[in-house]
Design a protein around this ligand. Structure first.
Ligand SMILES: *[C@@H]1O[C@H](CO)[C@@H](O)[C@H](O)[C@H]1NC(C)=O
Ligand SMILES: *[C@@H]1O[C@H](CO)[C@@H](O)[C@H](O)[C@H]1NC(C)=O
Ligand SMILES: *[C@@H]1O[C@H](CO)[C@@H](O)[C@H](O)[C@H]1NC(C)=O
Ligand SMILES: *[C@@H]1O[C@H](CO)[C@@H](O)[C@H](O)[C@H]1NC(C)=O
Ligand SMILES: *[C@@H]1O[C@H](CO)[C@@H](O)[C@H](O)[C@H]1NC(C)=O
Length: 375
């Protein structure tokens, strides 16, 4: 009997649709950085509801989530599609935990506290196996496969049979994350790891890492990068020997202004770790069509209250970034120039992301000015 649901991309996409459309809206009062894209859209022409959506974070405390679907105000917040149901039966969150086909549901093993997700290719399986072994049984696991190989993992690795597998050819980590890590699906997990497959983990242990993250209340973090072995694009993420974690590259050659990126409020994208709240926000910032995620690292700071305090690089648990360009070799099939074309797209996406953000910032500033001048 097979325990492992190896879900084809198609099945997961349709599952995503079902979950996406019927569950999440009751989380609205809980969101930190904005509101689900579709909520409130019916009246988006009115500047009041426009602002209402923008300032949703301030509403966070104003209504109890458990009672969000009841009462006069609650009716407006009822999850879209669930309006016909008695609120008591509405389930607006899920998880990525495997269950048994038998036994009492109440006695199934409980959902794990944390979630490990990785975008992987079968060629990198030895390294992925080593990484997975640094994560304890407190983690549920979700593997994103970009090369079409999924069931093969079960042949070699016992843990693979306890993981959820999602397969879609030639897709990036951010493409997968946008589609399969909706905040309503990862809601039970205190921390979400969104990791690459090419990390050396000899000096890393996931639970020890989380202990440090909790102790310092880091909302967004990454392990320090061992610059003596692998690569690191930014000084701030290089592992230091001075303590268990650091938050800035203040005073570094590249950091005349500690308040700017990438000197603080910054992590790189190969091994980020998000708290539940931070991820709720980051998910909304990921653009559906911009699959490489370029530019995100410079804007993750928007998803926490105090970036200089709530971002951190964990030095005591560090990794080596090997930079195996596996996905780049999955280009458009032409051997020649395939990588160059991917690079072109990455820059185009980066530019598009920056200009969308710029416009959005201006639009917000504009509407704020207008609404405060005409109350
Ligand atoms: C917007 O809200 C108003 C009042 O609540 C309602 O009369 C109107 O039909 C709504 N507009 C749309 C496009 O739903
Ligand atoms: C929410 O409530 C907590 C505790 O009651 C308070 O510390 C926090 O400032 C509140 N947040 C907002 C956005 O009102
Ligand atoms: C919802 O609100 C009602 C009335 O205010 C209260 O009696 C009830 O305990 C609340 N339910 C929950 C789950 O908080
Ligand atoms: C997977 O990794 C573990 C821990 O490093 C190791 O003991 C095991 O032999 C590896 N399995 C395979 C099939 O390489
Ligand atoms: C601000 O809003 C007004 C009214 O909608 C519009 O005419 C103007 O072009 C906007 N300005 C910017 C910078 O978006």
């Amino acid at each position: 009997m097979r325990l492992v649901p190896v879900l084809s991309a198609l099945a997961m996409v349709s599952l995503g649709f079902v979950l996406g459309f019927s569950f999440p809206a009751s989380m609205t009062p809980n969101l930190q950085c904005g509101v689900l894209p579709w909520s409130g859209s019916t009246n988006s022409s009115s500047s009041e509801s426009f602002l209402g959506r923008l300032w949703a974070p301030l509403l966070r405390n104003s209504s109890s989530t458990s009672n969000a679907t009841t009462g006069l105000h609650g009716i407006a917040r009822r999850p879209e599609g669930a309006g016909r149901l008695p609120p008591g039966i509405v389930v607006s969150e899920s998880d990525l935990h495997l269950r048994r086909l038998w036994g009492s549901p109440s006695q199934d093993a409980p959902v794990r506290k944390y979630l490990l997700t990785m975008a992987v290719g079968h060629k990198e399986r030895v390294n992925v196996n080593a990484t997975v072994h640094k994560f304890s049984d407190k983690f549920d696991m979700l593997m994103f496969h970009y090369d079409g190989h999924t069931t093969e993992w079960d042949d070699e690795f016992q843990w693979s049979k306890e993981a959820v597998h999602v397969s879609a050819r030639k897709q990036t980590k951010w493409w997968f994350a946008k589609r399969f890590l909706h905040p309503s699906i990862v809601a039970p997990y205190d921390y979400v790891f969104l990791w690459d497959e090419d990390l050396g983990v000899d000096n890393f242990n996931a639970e020890a890492y989380i202990d440090i993250v909790k102790k310092h209340r880091l909302e967004i973090s990454q392990p320090g990068l061992d610059s003596t072995k692998g690569k690191s694009a930014y000084k701030v993420s290089v592992k230091r020997n001075s303590g268990e974690m650091h938050k800035t590259d203040a005073g570094g050659n590249w950091c005349p202004d500690v308040h700017k990126r990438p000197c603080s409020g910054f992590v790189e994208v190969m091994a980020p770790v998000f708290s539940r709240d931070a991820w709720r926000c980051v998910w909304h910032m990921i653009q559906n069509d911009l699959v490489h995620g370029w530019g995100l690292d410079y804007n993750l700071w928007r998803c926490v209250d105090d970036p200089e305090e709530q971002f951190g690089i964990v030095d005591a648990q560090y990794v080596v970034h090997h930079v195996v360009p596996t996905l780049k070799d999955q280009g458009n099939g032409e051997k020649q120039g395939s990588r160059a074309k991917i690079k072109d797209r990455q820059y185009e996406e980066w530019h598009a992301f920056d200009s969308r953000l710029d416009n959005a910032d201006k639009e917000l500033a504009n509407s704020t000015t207008r609404s405060s001048s005409q109350p």
